[in-house]
Structure formats: C-alpha cells, structure tokens
Design a protein around this ligand. Structure first.
Ligand code: SF4
Length: 372
C-alpha cells in the first residue's frame, strides 16, 4: 500500500479488477456503466503530467467512451441525493433530540472501523448509503424498470471509479445488496483507471473533453466537494440553510468547514435560538480522540463528519501517490469545480427533483438510498 497508518486498508493486497473489466467492455450483451467519484477528476492528471489538482473530468468521460463504456455518470450527482437524505435525517434527529451526534456514513473505512471498535455508535451513524451505493441502487432499479418495459434485455454492470481501495470491499457488503446482488459490480481505483487508459494506447492528454450522460447528467457543486474533507458538511449545511445567493454561500464557506487540518470545529446558528456544534475530522486517530472526548462528556457535537484519509478522498489510497503540494492543489481543484458549477445546492439539482418524483417516489427513497 502507498498510504500510511491512517489508511486501514494499506495492509491488504489489492487485486486488480482490470482483466474482468476488459471482458465486460468486450461483451456486446453487457451495458457497461461508469460512475466517477468527485476526487478522481483532480488526481488522475498526475499520472499524465498535468499540474497537481487539474480537473480532467471531461477527458475522463471522453476516455471512458473510447474504451467502450456505454453510459458515463458523475457520482457527484448521487452525492446530491446523499446530501438531501442526510440533511433530512439530521433535522429529524435535531427535532427529536435522539441519536446525536449524527456521524456521516459515506467513508467505508470509517464505517468498518466504527463497526469493529465502536458498536455502541452504530445508531449514531447515518443510515444513508454512500453516494456510490446510492447511484448503483438507482441505476439498477432503472435497469429493472426498463427491462420490464422491454426497452432492453441486456445485462447492466455498474463500474465505480473511486479514489479509494476500501470501496472494493464496500460493494460486497451483504447489507447493501438488492435481491441478493451487488448494485455496484466493480470498483476500480483512479490508479487502475490510469493503467486502463495506458494499456489501451489512448492519448489521454489530447482527448477533447466530453460531458456525462443524461438523464443523470447534472451534479451540483455541493455534490462535487464531497471529495475533500469538510465537503460533506458544507454540502449538508447548504441544504439545511438553503442559501439564496453567492454571498450566503460564501458565508457558509467561511464558517471554518474548509481547510486540511485533521480536526475542525464549526458553530452554526440554527432556527431562532439554537447554535449547532459540528466537528469535521480526517484520519481515524483523530476520529478516535474525538469519540473519546464525546464519550467522556468533554465535548458535545450535533454532527460529525469522518473521513479516514488525511484531507479526505483527494488523498485516498487509490489515488496517484500524494507528494508535495498535491493535497492542497487537489483541494483547490474541488472548490474551483464547485465555483464553476451553475447549480450550487443539492436541492436545486433538477436531476434529484426528477428522481424524487419518479424512481424515488413513495417508499422507494428509503428502500434504495438507506442501509437495510
Ligand atoms: Fe475511501 Fe479515504 Fe475517501 Fe474514506 S476518505 S472514502 S477511505 S478515499
């Protein structure tokens, strides 16, 4: 493994999934879907000599199409669903006063750590699936509907391109399966994607950027910043506060949610007289210290974001090795993508609205987007 003690998966030998993937890409009976995690776009460029933090999302999409992927999506789109579900869960818990603090659940290395070391916290961890798993569930549900309407009878495989090695184990979890089957079929790392592109002989540097596919082709900036520590919190705050203009967005950005420190604390006015207390930690050692402080009564929080990797997913174990200024530059790449986005909040994303009116209507949102 290329990462240090902060990464719990470093000790495990990671088997490459590329041979399996090549087989799928060459099989005409399989519709191969890709979903690309936010942090991948600001790191893959390292392997092709782009300056640190360059956002190469458009080129990744173009490369995947050339490699034979039939549909290409952005995991930031489903991160918008995660924000909406998690913010609703948070507000519900604030109102009932139960199961606080709410801990985030999108980092599988953190979830596994909590399961092993802190089973007493399981009720506090959000019941939301990670954005990757939410997208997998939504896409498999759509495939099932399309097949029923005889739109196609091909097999659909969902391939997640992730900054993370722990995601390879997350996709196999029993409590994330639907009808006994994985919703995400393969998870490959950023580094494996680089290998795939190099093996194919594509000239990545010269590819013309392309956009992801409809009908899931829009992601908010809030969904994109999931890739950096503090991003999930900022996205959830945007949902709870519902900023109406740029200066209100900036106010949220300046609450202290941003920055690469291992532990950050944020205070946020909520309603008439309440002030929310939020902690953002990266690195499991920092998480452990925070849990101790909470359990001893030394600290109180309403919401805690935990990412196992230092700096969040931008520095995941599946990314090109983090050296020099890679971490701050990748972080800046994430916030620049948010700034460039014309949809800044998850609730303003027309894709999420359309999904809630159709595929996610009624009980489906709970069935498809939450742990069993
Ligand atoms: Fe994976 Fe690290 Fe991101 Fe957690 S913080 S999801 S372990 S890349």
């Amino acid at each position: 493994g290329q990462c240090s003690a902060v990464c719990p998966t470093a000790a495990i030998t990671i088997r490459s999934n590329l041979p399996e993937l090549w087989e799928m890409l060459n099989d005409d009976n399989i519709i191969v879907q890709a979903q690309i995690a936010p942090a991948v776009r600001v790191a893959l460029g390292d392997d092709f000599n782009f300056p640190y933090g360059t956002n190469v999302m458009g080129k990744i999409v173009a490369a995947l199409r050339k490699l034979g992927f039939d549909e290409v999506y952005d995991t930031a789109t489903s991160a918008d669903l995660t924000v909406i579900e998690e913010a609703a869960e948070f507000v519900e818990r604030l109102n009932s006063g139960e199961k606080l603090p709410l801990f985030t659940s999108c980092c599988p290395a953190w979830v596994k750590y909590a399961e092993n070391k802190h089973p007493e916290l399981m009720d506090n961890i959000s019941s939301c699936k990670s954005p990757m798993e939410m997208f997998g569930s939504v896409l498999k549900e759509k495939a099932k509907k399309d097949a029923a309407g005889k739109k196609n009878n091909k097999i659909v495989k969902n391939i997640a391109i992730m900054p993370c090695t722990a995601k390879k184990y997350e996709i196999q979890r029993e409590d994330l399966k639907m009808n006994g089957e994985q919703v995400v079929d393969l998870s490959i790392t950023t580094h494996e994607l680089a290998t795939l592109i190099i093996e194919s002989g594509l000239n990545f540097k010269d590819l013309q950027p392309e956009a992801v596919d409809m009908p899931f082709g829009i992601a908010s900036g809030a969904g994109v910043i999931f890739g950096v520590t503090g991003g999930v919190t900022e996205a959830v705050i945007r949902n709870v506060v519902n900023p109406e203009n740029r200066s209100e967005l900036d106010e949220i950005a300046f609450t202290g949610v941003r920055g690469l420190e291992g532990v950050k604390e944020v205070k946020l006015p909520f309603g008439e007289e309440r002030v929310l207390s939020i902690a953002i930690v990266n690195g499991l050692r920092n998480a452990e210290n925070l849990i101790k402080a909470i359990q001893s009564g030394e600290a109180y929080y309403d919401f805690v974001e935990v990412m196992a990797c230092q700096g969040g997913c931008i520095a995941g174990a599946g990314q090109p090795f983090v050296i020099g200024r890679a971490r701050p530059e990748r972080s800046e790449g994430m916030y620049n993508a948010d700034k460039m986005s014309n949809v800044r909040t998850s609730q303003a994303n027309p894709v999420t609205e359309a999904l809630y009116n159709d595929l996610l209507s009624g009980d489906n949102a709970h069935r498809l987007l939450h742990y069993k």
